[in-house]
Design a protein around this ligand. Structure first.
Ligand SMILES: O=c1ccn([C@@H]2O[C@H](COP(=O)(O)OP(=O)(O)O[C@H]3O[C@H](CO)[C@@H](O)[C@H](O)[C@H]3O)[C@@H](O)[C@H]2O)c(=O)[nH]1
Ligand SMILES: [Mn+2]
Length: 731
């Protein structure tokens, strides 16, 4: 193609110069410098506690300053991407590449098979030539219930795909669709009949899966329906079983067709072998097994990776992603295209801050401008070569039209041979998990893998389309949100301390701005100590009569006030501009505090313990199902504390200690009416007040609520004892 004939398949628009941002950043920098001067100039002369607490608060502030500077890197630039799918189809419709979709699931109790079936159906129904589409489900739970659900989905797909075409359905997860469209959307009687029939079939499938879930096993009479179900007859356990590989649908050569005679996408089930004594490496291990197995079956040059809860909400996503990879001039070095992770169960004010609005809508666009977003595990399209560990070679171009020679799964023992690629001995002494595929040994295998892809010379792209690409399930309890954050902060901090630290590993390979942007997440965990200090020690000093901040009447109060006002106003502005609400921001600030004093603290300590060899890597799966009671409270945005967790003891102790102190201070102000004191401890009183206000829902759960989600009495008792002890220490 001649240069001037070139019509790009995608376009990038850099955000305009943002004067407000620079005013904010520079004025913050000046105020921060003044605060540092204040800290040095007013270093206490007297020895003892006063000096130590001063040193402590100075260190905490120094940390916040460093971290604030780092968090500016994913802020000051942004790029948005737009695709031209019509051009893609006019140039490549007859030679579209194969796309392999990997869905991972690991536990039929925490990740309901019906949800997984819905996800799979939404993916099979992509607006993409079915003969080029293959969906693989990796089941680390090795569950016949999951297999049964997938088998049911494979049957239902024969009506669901034609249905999506005839009703021009965009929401192609049947559950999401029938929850959103309750009435027949057509006046045409024959269409209305078809609509009702499909809905009934879906209801039947739902009922069938729900029944076997209640039963806890697949009854014998149903086992006969598919040969795959016989694999479980010999009694397999989740952590000790052979590889189970089954092709449920093979649409090639018109073998498996839908009710209109059109081919169906390939559908494959894999439970890789697991044996005691062999590390299975969690999701990374599952993905690597899929990479190998799929390379023998469909070998699509593009791989889409999804968690089992992330269903497709936009049938065009595959084509959108291909616009990036297949662009003739800008596409050759694109290693992956990351979509934002969005969730369909977020309530209006996002109680647990799970939608990660600002990181998704703002920060990742800046990372994209610096050279590419992180790989965040799900909703990401990869070039197979990049994912398996190949380095980008300048000038190399893939010929998309030349379809790879695919091994024909016709041969008698083809499946058996292929299954060996998912055996646990396969990876022994191999580069898998190190130089090949997803990396092992890190709780955020995704991020470290993405970083290494970038360091191999590929760039990545962040694509946030108008119609959301994927929707998943965000944690519905406070504890599961905090545990998820623990895993993330642990993984990120581990990256920081390991040879993969972006500053070292990325040096000379990725732009410095991108290295520093990575640190913004890698150092999440490191925030815990400074934050813990800030919400306890100034309060403690209030009781002791030690002043840590400038007097209200002095000029030094100005930089402090400015930093507080500017930082929070800016953060509120960012939050609102990403579509959040005021109350959502208040909730987000609470989660900011809770994560830092629990998840990040645990993640931080766990990382260090793991370095010392005390704890082994684990992966706590985030539950995607809850009982009705819990989900009702979630919908009403009532915080869920109903578990005796040590995390809640920390939260309640901090809140109660601040409450006790504020009662005591209020009392002494009323009795003694001191004016001078108030002047010197105004900021400490303010800080104390803020901690109390942010904890209002916690106090409610401690003292006012009596539902199942309130704070368990054991937690209440322990935290009261601890808070009173701390109070007495200061009094
Ligand atoms: O041994 C395991 C454990 C988990 N999973 C799957 O991994 C996915 C992610 O697990 P989830 O509990 O949903 O974790 P999240 O914190 O929600 O996931 C985010 O963070 C993880 C890293 O911490 C990434 O692996 C995920 O892709 C990313 O979406 C799910 O599909 C699981 O089924 C496995 O396949 N095998
Ligand atoms: Mn998840």
């Amino acid at each position: 193609m001649k240069k001037n004939d070139y019509n790009p398949l995608f376009e990038s628009k850099a955000a305009k110069w943002r004067g407000v941002y620079w005013f904010y950043a520079i004025s913050m920098a000046v105020s921060i410098a003044l605060i540092c001067i204040y800290r040095v100039m007013h270093f206490p002369q007297q020895h003892g506690l006063t000096r130590w607490t001063w040193i402590g608060i100075s260190m905490a502030e120094l940390w916040f300053i460093i971290y604030w500077i780092i968090t500016q890197f994913p802020r000051y630039r942004a790029v948005s991407r737009y695709t031209f799918k019509d051009r893609l189809s006019s140039r490549y419709e007859d030679g579209l590449p194969g796309v392999d979709i990997f869905v991972s699931t690991a536990d039929p109790q925490l990740e309901p098979p019906l949800m997984v079936a819905d996800t799979v159906l939404s993916l099979m129904a992509y607006d993409y030539p079915p003969e080029n589409l293959s969906v693989y489900l990796s089941d680390d739970g090795c569950s016949d219930l999951m297999f049964y659900a997938l088998y049911e989905a494979s049957k239902f797909s024969r009506v669901w795909l034609p249905f999506c075409r005839s009703f021009k359905v965009e929401l192609r997860s049947p559950n999401a669709y029938f929850s959103a469209v309750k009435e027949v959307p057509s006046d045409d009687p024959s269409l209305a009949k078809e609509w009702r029939e499909v809905k009934n079939l879906y209801n039947e499938m739902e009922a069938g899966i729900t029944d076997i879930m209640k039963l806890g096993r697949v009854p014998d009479h149903l086992r006969k329906h598919h040969k795959g179900l016989r694999e479980w007859e010999s009694g397999t356990s989740r952590s000790n079983h052979q590889t189970i590989l089954q092709v449920l649908i093979d649409g090639r050569g018109n073998k498996d067709v839908d009710i209109e005679g059109k081919p169906l996408p390939m559908l494959v089930y894999l439970a890789r072998e697991k044996r005691p004594g062999y590390p299975h490496n969690f999701k990374a291990g599952a993905m690597n097994a899929l990479i190998r197995v799929s390379s023998r079956i469909s070998n699509g040059p593009i791989i889409l990776n999804l968690d089992c809860d992330h269903y497709s909400n936009n049938p065009q996503s595959v084509r959108d992603a291909l616009c990036f990879f297949m662009d003739e001039q800008q596409g050759h070095n694109i290693g992956y295209v990351q979509y934002p992770q969005k969730f369909d169960n977020i309530t209006k004010n996002d109680l647990y801050g799970s939608s990660l609005k600002v990181p998704h809508d703002l920060e990742l666009t800046a990372l994209d401008a610096h050279g590419g977003p992180l790989y965040i595990g799900s909703c990401c399209f990869h070039r197979r070569d990049a994912l398996t560990g190949k380095k980008y070679e300048k000038g190399s171009h893939i010929n998309w039209k030349q379809v790879d020679e695919i091994h024909e799964p016709e041969r008698e023992n083809f499946l058996e041979e292929t299954a060996k690629f998912a055996n646990c001995s396969y990876e022994e002494n191999s580069p898998w998990g190190k130089e090949m595929g997803l990396k092992y040994g890190c709780p955020v295998e995704d991020v470290v893998t993405g970083l290494s892809i970038q360091c191999n010379g590929w760039r990545s792209v962040y694509f946030n389309p108008g119609r959301i690409g994927f929707l998943g399930v965000a944690p519905v309890t406070l504890l599961s949100a905090l545990i998820q954050q623990t895993r993330w902060s642990e993984g990120h901090f581990q990256i920081f301390l390991s040879k993969y630290c972006p500053l070292v590993y990325g040096h000379g390979k990725i732009p410095i701005q991108l290295q520093l942007s990575y640190l913004c997440y890698n150092l999440w965990g490191a925030n815990c100590l400074a934050t813990l200090y800030y919400v306890t020690v100034p309060t403690f000093c209030l009781l002791k009569g030690i002043n840590l901040f400038p007097q209200f009447s002095s000029n030094w109060i100005l930089p402090y006030t400015y930093v507080l006002v500017a930082k929070y106003t800016y953060s509120l502005g960012e939050f609102l501009s990403c579509g959040g609400t005021l109350k959502g921001w208040y909730n987000d600030q609470r989660m900011w505090l809770y994560k830092r004093v629990t998840s990040y603290l645990f993640g931080f300590c766990q990382t260090i313990m793991r370095y010392l060899g005390f704890v082994k890597l684990d992966f706590t799966i985030t539950g995607k199902n809850v009982d009705d009671d819990v989900s009702k409270r979630f919908e009403q945005e009532i915080m869920e504390f109903g578990a005796a967790s040590s995390m809640f003891i920390i939260l309640a102790t901090i809140a109660l200690f601040n409450l006790l102190t504020s009662i005591s201070i209020t009392r002494s102000i009323i009795i003694k009416k001191p004016a001078a004191d108030l002047d010197s401890c105004a900021l400490q009183i303010l800080l104390n007040g803020v901690v109390i206000i942010i904890n209002l829902p916690l106090f409610e759960a401690l003292f006012l609520r009596n539902d199942q989600g309130c704070i368990p009495s054991s937690v209440t008792c322990q935290s009261i004892v601890l808070a009173v002890l701390a109070y007495m220490l200061g009094y």
